[in-house]
Design a protein around this ligand. Structure first.
Ligand code: PGA
Length: 244
């Protein structure tokens, strides 16, 4: 059985004092469960704070990006081996904000996922269509193109990755995909993963997930959890999503 995974993406939010409160509330409020796991992906400078605050708790932690390169003259980049060194469990790869604002291509995202897996850090590979793509009925073509770059790079090792479907038009907009719309895309992704021998990969949904809509999304057969932005900055809301 694929257990549910609820991942918070803090994006570029936080500060030592606010993080301390949020992390303490999560560490104290989340209990280990056999079929549910929780993690937070925090900005690089706060990884050590997350590690220390969450140690001994059932909440895992990760980064929001990772370099495609192993080491070397890449100023400003953070290698997967450095994340592994800290004990980091996850790294988001190819979040739409990185694709959009930092020009990340499908090939670069695949290389990042590859580097992450090679270092033992689980990549959470994000895919999703823009509103223009959806309106032009290109949703399936876009997400399958994004996924296939990763399938080509990782092959069967894709089994150890996580994939998040995040329609760009639903991120931070308050406009969530209906559970049926999410399920339709997840089923397409699942079929493609299955053909690549990775049908068991966890497929998260992301885009304006809140406590009020999480249960309906999570009830869909191919939705194995959520990638939560804004609502993950509020401990009670995020914990409620985790239990939905
Ligand atoms: P949101 O962001 O929940 O604020 O829409 C989700 C994400 O970008 O991962």
């Amino acid at each position: 059985m694929r257990g549910k995974l609820i991942v918070g993406n803090w994006k570029m939010h936080g500060g030592l004092a606010a993080n301390a409160k949020l992390l303490a509330a999560l560490a104290g409020g989340w209990r280990a469960m056999p079929d549910r796991a929780m993690a937070v992906c925090v900005p690089f400078p706060y990884l050590v704070q997350a590690r220390d605050a969450l140690s001994g708790s059932a909440v895992a932690w990760g980064a929001q990006d990772v370099s495609a390169h192993a080491a070397g003259a890449y100023t400003g980049e953070v290698a997967a081996s450095m994340l592994a060194d800290l004990g980091c469990r996850y790294a988001l790869c190819g979040h739409s904000e990185r694709r959009q604002h930092h020009g990340e291509s499908d090939a670069l995202v695949a290389a990042k996922a590859n580097a992450s897996l090679a270092a033992g850090v689980t990549p959470i590979v994000c895919v999703g269509e823009t509103l223009a793509d959806r309106e032009a009925h290109r949703t399936e073509a876009v997400v399958l193109r994004q996924l296939s770059a990763v399938v080509e790079a990782l092959g069967e090792r894709l089994r150890d990755a996580v994939v998040a479907y995040e329609p760009v038009w639903a991120i931070g907009t308050g406009r969530t995909a209906t559970p049926e719309t999410a399920q339709e895309v997840h089923a397409t992704l699942r079929e493609s993963l299955r053909r690549s021998g990775a049908g068991g990969v966890r497929l998260l949904y992301g885009g304006s997930v809140k406590a009020a809509n999480a249960a309906a999304l999570m009830a869909m057969p191919d939705v194995d959890g959520a990638l939560v932005g804004g609502a993950s900055l509020d401990a009670n809301e995020f914990l409620a999503i985790g239990l939905a």
